[in-house]
Design a protein around this ligand. Sequence first.
Ligand code: HEM
Length: 475
Amino acid sequence: MSDNELIEVKFLKSPKGKFLVGHLPEFNTYNKHQVLERWVEACGDLFKIHFVGKEFVVSANPDLNNKMLRLRPESFKRFSKIDEILKEMGVDGVFNAEGTSWKRHRKPIAEALSVKNVKAFYPIILDKTKIILEKFKDYAERKTVVDVQKEFMAFTIDVTTEIAFGHKLDTINNKSNDFQKHLEVIFPMINERVTAPIPIWRYFKRKKDKTLDNSLKSIQQVIHGFIDDAKNRMLQNPELKDQPSNFLEALLVENKDANFTDEEIYGNVFTMLLAGEDTTSNSLSWIVFYLAQNPGIVTQVREEANTVYPEGLPDVYEHVEALKYAHAVSLEAMRLKPTTPQLYLEANDDVVVDHVVIPKGTNIILQNKVAQTDESYFSNGDTFMPERWLEGKCPMDKNHAPNVMRAFGGGARYCPGMHLAKTEMIVLVSVLCKYFDFKLEVKPEDIRERFEFTMYPENLKITLEPITLNKEVIA
Ligand code: HEM
């Protein structure tokens, strides 16, 4: 095929499927992302699949994927089903908004999560880090086997809820709370409904649909209460406008032009909880998965921590900015194990991207993970080597293509929570390595990727070995 020849979707090849149902039986498994990866291996970086006649194009080509991501919101949107399901649950926020509505949402959200505001929220991250550090010290002393995924989930729940609207939880110390219990009902149901072939709940409400309605109602009441409180607080303390203490206050400050309704503010606060918890805790778990197998790297993170903040914790945001190696460790884990290995787009109009003719309405799955370990983009692609992300110190003499890494998405809709997520990861990784060595309690091959909306390591268990420090650590 010549370089200028157009590629039409109808001529794309396909993995072997079944009569009528197509690729659905093979895809109908909990680890859909691995099925897609196998198909990429078998069919190359552009092919199509169908589920009972409904067609999907799969692209694992990073150039094509980057171009499509950049053509949003005009030429591509997220799968319309995502918006349909979230709106049905009363969620109208930046993640599911499209077109001009998305532009209206995006600006204040991005401002509310800016580096300046993340710095202002930093004491919350530090406080939760202290709490989890104390808990881990206790685990180390008792030689308890730690369920990493569960612990980090509790950490991000406590951080995100307090940053979202100032609500203090102590999930880290197993304090049960109704708010989180309701979210635990809602989040898996979003996943279930987005991937359901038939919307049964619209014809018949099962027990779990009624439980969901009840949880949604409770969460709405609580968050609307927080919105009213924040509005009153800001009226009484105008100085909060210059230094908002949480995301909700920051959003109210940035809301001048967008003029969000309370329902839209609710939608965006809810979106923050949905988008910010599992993604960050899963990435943290994958980081520990690699650290526990690479003690030399743990030592390097520790040395950096001891240089940047010789005593205690990274008390100020400037410490975080100086933790370059801990940052590189986080990026490297996200390259190998992105928690969102694929993104889902739909064409708004007929469009030609990189010679591929994409008709209006085409559903496209952007498989971003395969390229992130491909030798042509990252030398020694399967090896965990944080150094490759250090400026001027990348030992890979050949390939290093940061632009292929799409763990936070791309184009105008890239993740606006990136600074916040990176701050949480850098601090926790640095602090844990400063105080502990990690030992895997399960064989690495028994720790499996599990995909449920986001991807996490199933069965990751470790023990902690305390590091003897010369100086007293926490005040
Ligand atoms: C390591 C942690 C995280 C990862 C890996 C991650 C990844 C992603 C990805 C891949 C997207 C889709 C981007 C695209 O379509 O191009 C996204 C969107 C989004 N993320 Fe994150 N995220 C993380 C943490 C957070 C946090 C902490 C927040 C908020 C507090 C957040 C808020 C959002 C929002 C609001 C969107 C939708 C943006 C839009 O549609 O314009 N994320 N994230």
